[in-house]
Design a protein around this ligand. Sequence first.
Ligand code: Z5A
Length: 211
Amino acid sequence: MKGLFITLEGLDGAGKTTQLHKAAELLRQQGYEVVESREPGGTELAEQVRALVLDSALPLNNTTQTLLYLAARSEHVDKLLRPALEAGKIVLCDRFSDSTLAYQGLAAGKTLEELQELRQLNAFATEGLVPDLTLVLDGDPKLLLKRRDARGVTDRYEEQGLELQYKLRSAFTALAEAEPERMRIINAEGSTDQVNAAIMAGINDFLERMQ
Ligand code: Z5A
């Protein structure tokens, strides 16, 4: 693949959306062609799946949620991500397969060893597409939830509160520790500019190593 696939992961309210736009802007200023996307979403069908799967009024078991995320991901990879990467672009994506491993896997009670099935399902849905670099925005869930609460958004996971956020923090940390070459933890507790500086250092370091 000619392009570069970078994902941002982490807890709700960690600042992924804010940082994705800032990083995209700065990379464009450096002369790169950048595509921004998000999961679930990124294509018309995947955005419709997003509305379904995040609707907290609709009871869905963990398996159904997993399959919906994977269906949306398959569409996203096929219609948007792979074509952009084949065209040599940098793709920045807000969440991807690691969110499935964290939310539907570890935070739902599976162990690292039990993630094998989910990893295989991810590989099936993405036809083997794995991010080149994943930045995990990490911080104290209490602080990050305050940011999110100020925004007043509630979805399926946000209703489950602080306990789920602590499980997710451990989940993303464990995933990053298992794949240190691909995944880097970024401290998301600082100001927007401080977090942005850490993210750009991570991306530029990676771009230099690729040359
Ligand atoms: N999900 C899943 O379960 N399985 C999967 O496979 C996938 C996803 C792909 C997506 O929802 C949900 O789908 C997600 C996991 C699940 N669950 N939840 N909840 P989403 O995209 O709507 O939610 P999110 O990914 O958690 O994003 P978010 O809540 O929008 O947070 P964010 O993008 O990380 O943060 P933000 O919107 O950039 O910032 C939040 C607020 O904080 C905002 O008001 C900012 O202005 C403010 N902010 C940002 N940075 C700072 C700093 N540094 N200081 C102070 N304030 C800040």
